[in-house]
Design a protein around this ligand. Structure first.
Ligand SMILES: Cc1ncc(COP(=O)(O)O)c(C=O)c1O
Length: 395
């Protein structure tokens, strides 16, 4: 048999996708299930955004477009970074921004642009699987930095130091985090920036959940003096504007990174669909779209409160609940059950009919936890959470 790329042997299958496949199979066989496993907003894309896309299609924006992205979209993204994220230095839309095929592609282009084989990449544990997998695909070595529950799922600063070697090149951040919803303080990020500066490291910051927070607004990793030269911001419209299927995001980074990323994008996807880009530029700037985002955040906050209220009412000692600071997940602590998170998710699916994701899929520190999304209707979230607790209490 012909040879294959051996890097792929080291990749773990996404636990979310694996669970989604099982749920689809069960649903096809007629089972009624509550799916609390996906990270996809249950809201529609704001109607005005749909109209802009439809109009752009009718006007002929259905051919190849510029690989870098339309200037208006890059400008909208640059303005947004100043308006919403308080970046310390403005990004030049001409040289420091690139339109990408969603946040995942922005992350891929970033890592492709900076990594050489054998470089070490520091990735918190737990974290979204792609952060580690992508580095592995690019022949870098992933070093997991523990972010245990006891530290609020944020790696203690000394853990970064402990993981550092002469081969370390990149720190990967994702705040608010998938799967934990945690995000660090401004002071923490400032110290991490100093650490990165001292050791000449890149900080790649995946901020796709930036608009979903329930307390103080998260600080951008690029909000500090001098941070811009070592910080790469990954963002997308997927979660913020309920546009996961549109596949549009952007990368903000120093020009040398964008130059590489542009070459990588040109040679892989050519461009993001032009009518999608037109709609994205509108979404980033239109006041009604910002209001739609605020409304979605309020709905997630309402569901979050509902889960907390029920948890208080049920007083379970088997399912322990920490309020998420951001994103749309609860990372439920089921360590008292003394089973693996995979076994728990499989049994809850079979016996209680609720789809979840095992925490072990996000790294060793995620073992003993299960991820439950609140990106589902209020009724489904409530019914699903009650079923999880009921099931746990019977064990
Ligand atoms: C942390 C994180 N980053 C990026 C993505 C990908 O988002 P996009 O749809 O923008 O590619 C996801 C999707 O779930 C995610 O959880």
């Amino acid at each position: 048999m012909q040879s294959l790329n051996i890097q792929f042997n080291a990749l773990r299958q996404s636990p979310t996708v694996a669970m989604a496949d099982r749920i689809l199979a069960l649903k096809a066989s007629g089972r009624k299930l509550i799916g609390l496993q996906v990270g996809d907003p249950d809201f529609g894309t704001p109607p005005a955004v749909l109209e802009v896309a439809a109009k752009a299609m009718q006007e002929g924006f259905t051919h190849y477009g510029p690989s870098k992205g339309y200037p208006e979209l890059r400008q909208a993204a640059a303005l947004k970074l100043e308006r919403d994220n308080g970046v310390h230095a403005a990004y030049d839309p001409e040289t420091e921004l690139l339109v990408t095929h969603g946040g995942i592609h922005a992350y891929y282009l970033a890592m492709q642009s900076i990594l050489n084989p054998g470089d070490e990449v520091l990735v918190p544990d737990p974290s979204w699987g792609t952060h580690a997998n992508m580095a592995t695909m690019l022949r870098a070595n992933v070093i997991r930095v523990p972010a245990p529950a006891e530290d609020g799922f944020i790696p203690p600063l000394e853990s970064w130091q402990k993981a550092l070697t002469s081969k370390t090149r990149v720190i990967v951040l994702n705040y608010p985090s998938n799967p934990t919803g945690a995000y660090p303080t401004r002071e923490y990020l400032e110290q991490l920036q100093s650490f990165a500066a001292k050791h000449h490291l890149w900080i790649v910051s995946d901020t796709v959940y930036e608009n979903l927070y329930y307390g103080e607004k998260p600080t951008s990793a690029a909000a500090f003096e001098g941070a811009k030269e070592r910080t790469i911001l990954v963002n997308s419209l997927s979660k913020t504007y309920a546009m996961t299927g549109w596949r549009v995001g952007y990368l903000a980074a120093p020009q040398a990174v964008i130059d590489n990323a542009l070459k990588a994008g040109q040679n892989s996807i050519t461009c993001v669909a032009p009518f999608v880009q037109k709609a994205a530029a509108f979404a980033l700037t239109d006041p009604a779209a910002q209001q739609a985002t605020a409304d979605m955040r309020a709905a997630y906050a309402r569901r979050r409160d509902r889960v907390l209220r029920i948890s208080h009412e049920l007083e379970s000692e088997k399912v322990l609940v920490t309020p998420p600071q951001g994103a749309f997940y609860f990372f439920l602590d089921v360590r008292p059950l003394k089973m693996t998170s995979l076994e728990i998710c499989e049994r809850i699916l079979e016996e209680a009919g609720v789809g979840l994701v095992p925490g072990s899929g996000f790294g060793a520190q995620g073992e003993g936890f299960i991820r439950m999304t609140i990106a589902a209707s209020d009724e489904e979230v409530e019914a699903g959470f009650r079923k999880i607790v009921e099931w746990a209490e019977k064990q």
